[in-house]
Ligand binder design. Structure first.
Ligand SMILES: *Cc1c(COP(=O)(O)O)cnc(C)c1O
Length: 376
């Protein structure tokens, strides 16, 4: 049996590597390394894929979040609600703009932000005159590839006049009913970091929206706040472009992306059947389909399982061992242990095992048997 990889980019490259190389060669020949034709072609393909009107590619998933917040005019004095159970980037960009991340605990089944708690936290903030903060925006995260509950979140946002940014860094390709992730609210952002569901060979990201005015701002922010031309600067922006080379690579990877998603869905089903009753899986609501950025479950027997996986050389990972409100980087926010009990408990018991399209039947069997043996 071949070594089990956590994410297997080598096998993917052995299948489409030649097409990727030709695609890279074409860019080297035409020489348009910045905003070349592949960038616009990719934006069109992504827009078709998620059925969003506009797609603005950019330099990373982090910059996508930053640019979206900038386009919504978020800054000092603004409160932005988000989950404490995510990658640091989601909340980091809020603080970088001088706004304040206000955390809201997660749902214990889906691990996504809990809309009921969201409304409670907004109400509390509105009652607290001393905070000096104005509620402006929510960033739900589609954790591990599972879309958050946007139907409820969008309603709450409307009631309190908030913008919503879907952090879909892990969920491109997922579905909520008949809607695609990256198109579930006012604006959505994704990442093409190599290990994400659709990864390039470096950093890259994109912002999706159906709002014409917002998209015009995003295009301007992507190139230093340009106006009519690049030496006409109408606002502050960033250098946020995606390299043409990365777009060329992504165009090739997009061809097999749907098939890769299907393969992962099948593996997830196998895991769920064979490990049923042993661990508590992330709950996928009816009509939702995950992009399976991670296959994750919680278990009070985590260390025992990890030991078994370790002995059998099966890669595994803890996403995320420490919720954001307990990170030193956010100590200024004065949160303490116990503030978000669900996020804390999930962080203490969560585990992810390999899920990628190139796992063989034999490997899947080996992984599940090893998992089962941890309980004997
Ligand atoms: C990966 C990730 C990001 C950041 O994306 P980069 O492309 O690495 O900058 C943001 N949010 C979440 C939830 C992520 O998983």
């Amino acid at each position: 049996m071949k070594t089990i990889e956590f994410v297997d980019l080598k096998t993917q490259a052995s299948l489409i590597g030649d097409d990727i190389k030709s695609s890279i060669d074409r860019v080297i020949s035409h020489g348009k390394f910045i905003m070349g034709p592949e960038v616009y072609e990719l934006e069109e393909k992504l827009s078709e894929f998620v059925n969003a009107k506009h797609v603005t590619t950019c330099s990373s998933g982090t910059d996508a979040l930053l640019m979206a917040l900038m386009a919504f005019g978020i800054g000092p004095g603004d409160a932005v609600f988000t989950s404490p159970f995510t990658f640091i980037a989601t909340a980091e960009v809020i603080s970088l703009l001088g706004a304040v991340p206000v955390f809201v605990d997660i749902n214990s089944d889906t691990f996504n932000i809990d809309p009921l708690k969201l409304e409670r936290v907004i109400e509390e903030l509105n009652k607290d005159n001393r905070s000096g903060l104005t509620p402006k925006c929510v960033i739900p995260v589609d954790i591990f590839g599972l879309p958050a509950d946007y139907e409820t979140i969008n309603k709450i946002a409307k009631k309190y006049n908030l913008s919503v940014i879907e952090d879909a860094a892990q969920s491109l390709g997922a579905k909520a009913g008949n809607k695609m992730a990256c198109n579930l609210t006012n604006a959505s952002t994704t990442s093409f970091f190599p290990a994400k569901p659709l990864g390039c060979y470096g950093d890259g990201g994109a912002i999706f929206t159906n709002d014409n005015r917002l998209n015009e701002k995003l295009i301007s922010i992507r190139v230093h706040g340009k106006g009519q031309h690049k030496y006409d600067n109408v606002r502050l922006g960033i250098n946020g472009r995606m390299d043409t080379l990365q777009a060329a690579i992504l165009l090739q990877k997009m061809i097999i992306f749907k098939d890769e998603l299907k393969k992962k869905e099948r593996i997830a089903r196998q895991y769920r059947e064979r490990l049923n009753g042993l661990v508590q899986f992330q709950k996928i609501p009816d009509t939702f389909i995950s992009a399976w950025a991670q296959f994750s479950f919680v278990s009070k027997n985590r260390s025992k399982i990890m030991k078994k996986l370790e002995t059998n050389k099966i890669p595994h990972a803890i996403y995320y061992p420490k919720p954001l409100h307990l990170q030193e980087a956010f100590s200024i926010l004065k949160y303490k242990k116990g503030d978000f009990p669900v996020a804390e408990k999930v962080a203490d018991t969560i585990l992810s095992i390999p899920i990628h399209p190139y796992l063989s039947e034999e490997q899947i069997e080996f992984i599940t048997k090893t998992m089962v043996s941890a309980f004997n």
